[in-house]
Design a protein around this ligand. Sequence first.
Ligand code: SF4
Length: 315
Amino acid sequence: MDRILLAAPRGFCAGVAYAIEIVDLALKVHGAPLYVRHAIVHNEWVVKNFESQGVIFVEDIDDIPAGSTVVYSAHGVSPEVRRQSAERGLKIVDATCPLVTKVHNEAKHYAAKGYFMIYIGHRGHVEAEGTMGEAPDRMVLVETPQDAEELEIPHYEKLAVLSQTTLSVDEVMATMAVLVRRFPHLQKPPKGDICYATTNRQMAIRELAKECDLVLVVGSTTSSNSNRLREVAEQYGAEAHLLMSTDEILPSWRDSYKTVGISSGASTPEVLVQDVIGSLLNGRTGIPVEILETVKEDVAFKPNRDLLELAQAAR
Ligand code: SF4
């Protein structure tokens, strides 16, 4: 290995930093046990860290004792989950990423105007379930350009398209092209739904892949955007692997490649990237670690003032 090249931007996006800060604040205000519906972000390290502080992650609202506090994860929830929470008398702290909420609002807007919607997303992904839950009778899911080609729906005068925030930019463009050809009157939200962090990390890894023979993406197999990063690196010519920890590093990765590129998913703490760098170097000095920056990011979301003030008072 002659050098390590780090993608920039990589790692935590504004929505993940926001969700983690909200759980920290909610722990201060409400104490443990604190319930979180679904993994707060798709990273086992983050989840375990919170579990050690008394956070309990549940998939089903029925598993939360009545009257407790529940935090909704960054991926958002459907109105049905909100209804179940109200039925159990739960106190809600909402850590949904504002960029996911934006897509929910588009779904509500189109539903109210009588549109039928096509949602580009991954079946079974918690974000897709939450957004589609805004108008379950007025939305159909497609995953791939092939699905878009084969989609059979009645003729709707009012037809709109939405997407999950963490998909492959290239694949969504391909799926969108099929949909627009088949349904030329399709309405699109003014700005695309793939978020800035997904777009930027994919752009960065494209450039990285062009310069590397091996690209490692540090992230969880449950993380949609991390999986997409690995795929994009592969599409742009590099051998690419997704790994969560140094245990998964193969000895050949240290010796059989000239330039090793590293990126990380939007839910991956930087400490895990630094561990991987350390393990790749394995005590060797003189191997440069360089940064390939494609774009600067300055997006940040602030938790609401009430929660900040309550946390301050609870110190
Ligand atoms: S990946 Fe995008 S939509 Fe998802 S939490 Fe991060 S900023 Fe929000």
